[in-house]
Write a protein that binds this ligand. Sequence first.
Ligand code: ARG
Length: 587
Amino acid sequence: MLKILDAISAEVKNAFEAAGYRAELGNVTVSNRPDLCEYQCNGAMAGAKEYHKAPIMIAQDVAAKLTDSKAFASVEAVAPGFLNLKVNEAFLIDYIKEMAADEKFGFAVAQPKKVIIDYGGPNVAKPLHVGHLRSAVIGEAIKRICRYAGDTVTGDIHMGDWGLQMGLIIYEFSLRHPDLLYFDDTYTGEYPAEAPFTISELEEIYPTASGKSKEDEDYKAKAMEATFKLQSGVRGYRALWKHIINVSVTDLKKNYSKLNVDFDLWNGESDAHDEIPGMVEEMKKGGYAYLSNGALVVDVKEETDKKEIPPCMILKSDGASLYNTTDLATIRIRMREYQPDELIYVVDKRQELYFEQVFRCARKTGLVKPETELKFLGFGTMNGKDGKPFKTRQGGVMRLEYLLQEINDQMYEKIAENETMSEEEAKKTAAQVALSAIKYGDLSNQASKDYIFDIERFTSFEGDTGPYLLYTMVRIKSILKKYEEAGGKVSEATLASIDNASGKDLLKSLTGFNTMMEAAYSELAPHKICAYIYDLANALNHFYHETKILTESDPAKQSAYIALLKFTLTIMETCIDLLGFEAPEKM
Ligand code: ARG
């Protein structure tokens, strides 16, 4: 189906043609003077030269052809040649009925793609901190938006599980427990099935080891040696490493599920390890990779570069692989196993240059096809109220788990004031509302921008917040429920004339859904969904305050109101599901 502006434009284009002008001049836009009209067409001005006529005359000719149009409540030709338009409510209602009959409310993408989204990117054995929140929240929304558009999407967590941090943990562990089987080179039997540590021990080991390695050169060398032994396949090291992964992944799954984030693939950097030798061979054979000071590199600079783009290092002089080696090898695997049309990376924007190198290298060396799209969606930093990266009150790095808990607790206090709920229900509701606060607080900003994580503002039930949206939805649900309890039947099909100004605004807002979705999808911009539902919620609340709904005595009128509420709820539910949260029944 046409987008609303195209549907309105179609009417005006017909009129241009009927009056003897080029149809293309009839393009309609949303009015920039909402006090005068709802939509406008400036085509008469554009046509003046071509037809050697004053714009106002053209506008008048066209307006004359529109007098009988069922689409418009009023059409005015005004100096110097604008067409000021107000649509008919019936036109909007017909449009919405067509939307409601369509599975995706008129949103359609011509060419669905095969997409892989690389997001999350946690590092095993290190607790998730707030920095990981953005990748998870934004990536999850992007995944859902692409899926809704009809793309075949695979989300891959791409864990950091292969670098020096693994060697650090293993080496520190070997100092603490030198007698364990894992460190006995002569042992050839099976290793225990149970991990020799818990998640909390693991989380303590990493920072300790990392601290020591910064102060002690010898310690660092030993950790590097352990990394090398792990990567080259020493049995005991591999077995211990598997335990680290298992314990970590269990914990990560728990935390991501609290965020309503889930991945199709739980692959890590390590999964690219076996791919590296073949890839390196090919890069050498193709003449792309060469030795520079002992290291193997690929040049990626281009003539048009304004700044220096350093070569992409594939192997260090000791033969060890790097972060980008695993990223490149991962691309090679993904291309072979999934043949994606597009790869999207949702990563901190400080890695932009890095990804520029990786993408160029992948293109140059033929890891991807010329038409494969490689997109870097870099996000900004989540700052505290002081404008500096978000910290705990003590100034430390904020663990995601604690942050979630804090917001949950605050929400619980607010929700528990509502004494109609059992404790269990209140807990569940608090978690839902808290998640909306966090996710909406993040997603309502353009991803590339830094933003201030303001718990107080995000958790407010008023203003541009997640809880405000949920509150609006709960309000609708409660009206619908009361209507049903009084014997009414809730259906979108009974939508009919609403006949009041705030109702018309709400109708107009609803017609914008598919237009907005197209932009949110093509620009990978969840913040557009946020801006849209905030406007929609405002329109709904405005309508609610100005209209007696449950006490309306004309049943036909009342069921039209109910249908309008129901459809608004459907659109809001669709939107928040794309953003990755849901609304409770009460709050
Ligand atoms: N683990 C990385 C980090 O914490 C992020 C991974 C991003 N994804 C990727 N394919 N490199 O910085």
